[in-house]
Design a protein around this ligand. Structure first.
Ligand SMILES: C[S@@+](CC[C@H](N)C(=O)[O-])C[C@H]1O[C@@H](n2cnc3c(N)ncnc32)[C@H](O)[C@@H]1O
Length: 272
């Protein structure tokens, strides 16, 4: 998988589709898997009452809603998503249905800009990074989390016969499809340096990896993604038998796999 080889200006297409039935489950599972980690990071960054926050590519809107509770009663949260159908309304939340690569994010506005599993999908990720930095108020904090999808052959640990091969075939095909759509499987590892080069100070990053048992949210996410992307996976050469083995294996309690490693990087806009 090449790292960040896609040009910033190339036209990409988000691989998944919030309008599908599977996507409703996908964004719920992402929230179940990741919200605790995200909340830990955001608490450490000091999010509190009165903050003005921007949640880019908000998905299920669970981080948006959590932020609204933290910044209440005087703060506000703007959530932007190309298809915000899964985001629940809240008094302090303004939902914008828009493309983050083209919408005006504002200048010097937010105490926090947050994005999870968005930048890795977008070929315009470096321009968006600069615009996200510009949207921060002085001392504002940018928090970006993305999965490193370059070590697919290290993820599978244990499961029924045939699952290791089916799992790897599925993962490689899925990442191949996303890459063809403009995603960068290795972007997460570049995040800290990209954030520093975008002018942020005090840039720090951490890696969050865990194991996922069959039948739990992480493994169910793989099965859900395999259904959402079924036709494209067949076109990429994954067989029906492999998808059957994968889906059964992802529900089998004996299955054990590593998660994708999540890089969460944080940086601050200088005071002046
Ligand atoms: C993988 S989901 C992640 C959702 C959420 N941030 C999370 O981590 O649970 C990516 C989200 O970004 C949105 N998205 C993708 N490309 C976008 C774009 N160009 N502009 C706005 N939203 C976009 C999708 O609609 C989807 O809701």
């Amino acid at each position: 998988m090449t790292a960040s080889s896609s040009a910033d200006t190339s036209v990409g297409r988000y691989t998944f589709d919030n309008a599908t039935r599977e996507a409703a489950q996908q964004v719920r599972l992402l929230a179940e898997i990741l919200d605790e980690h995200t909340a830990d990071v955001l608490i450490q960054e000091g999010v509190t009452t009165g903050w003005r926050c921007l949640d880019l590519g908000a998905g299920a809107g669970t981080v948006t809603a959590w932020l609204a509770e933290q910044v209440s009663p005087t703060g506000r949260v703007v959530a932007i998503d190309a298809d915000p159908r899964h985001i629940r309304s809240h008094d302090l939340v303004e939902v914008r249905a828009a493309d983050v690569t083209t919408i005006d994010l504002g200048d010097g506005v937010y105490d926090l800009v947050h994005a999870r599993l968005l930048f890795m999908h977008l070929p315009q990720r470096r321009q968006l990074l600069r615009r996200a930095v510009a949207a921060l108020a002085p001392s504002g904090v940018l928090v970006i989390s993305d999965w490193d999808c370059t070590r697919l052959d290290e993820m599978f640990c244990d499961g029924p016969p045939g699952l290791a091969e089916a799992f790897l075939a599925f993962q490689q095909a899925l990442v191949g499809i996303a890459t063809a759509n403009g995603a960068d499987a290795g972007w997460a590892r570049e995040l800290p340096l990209a954030m520093r080069r975008a002018g942020l100070t005090d840039v720090r990053a951490r890696l969050h990896t865990e194991t996922w048992d069959g039948g739990t949210a992480g493994c169910l996410l793989h099965a859900s993604n395999s259904r959402q992307m079924q036709d494209a996976l067949y076109r990429a050469g994954v067989t029906r038998a492999q998808l059957d083995i994968l889906r059964e294996g992802m529900s089998d309690p004996h299955t054990l796999a590593w998660s994708y490693p999540m890089v969460t990087a944080v940086g601050r806009r200088a005071d002046n």
